[in-house]
Design a protein around this ligand. Structure first.
Ligand code: ZN
Length: 167
């Protein structure tokens, strides 16, 4: 009586303190109670499982590499474009002005979108993977495809850019 069921080791170390769906505080709640705010059952074993931890680690690694690749693309694009504009300006003075530089800035700013997405995925990796896994029939936590798509694209473009710089 009063005995808690045996839990897997990692569960003992990670406490589910907030609802993984709506972030409502689960403090002072029975360990098997559904979320009082959104009414969802919370699969605490899934949320703290080593499988979800692996998927979270992989997602964060993809996001980190992807953010670095997108940032390097932006820096390289901005640097090469401004350098080219200054070279062109020395040949054709007055032809390339503020609007051309503004254009470079605008095109460089496009990378804010994938970087912002990846920052958000990095931050909310566990919740995103939990939600996805809890909807699956086999409840298997997996690396989200959109994480691979956006960050893989960044890394691919970065590698292509490196190859083009080679003689
Ligand atoms: Zn909830």
């Amino acid at each position: 009586m009063g005995a808690t069921p045996p839990s897997r080791l990692p569960s003992a170390f990670i406490r589910v303190s907030r609802c993984p769906i709506c972030r409502y505080s689960l403090k002072d709640l029975a360990p098997d109670a559904p979320c009082p705010e959104c009414g969802q059952d919370i699969d605490r074993d899934l949320f703290t499982s080593p499988e979800i931890q692996d998927a979270v680690t992989q997602t964060r690694a993809w996001c980190t590499l992807g953010i670095a690749a997108w940032a390097l693309i932006a820096i390289a694009y901005w640097g090469m474009s401004t350098a080219m504009l200054s070279v062109l300006n020395s040949y054709y003075p007055g032809v390339y002005g503020a609007n051309h530089y503004a254009g470079v800035w605008c095109r460089t700013a496009i990378v804010i979108a994938p970087i912002a997405l990846s920052c958000s995925w990095h931050r909310h990796a566990r919740r995103i993977i939990y939600r996805h896994a809890s909807r699956r029939a086999d409840r298997k936590p997996t690396l989200p495809k959109r994480v691979i798509a956006i960050n893989g694209l960044g890394m691919g473009l970065f590698l292509l850019g490196c190859l083009r710089l080679l003689p």
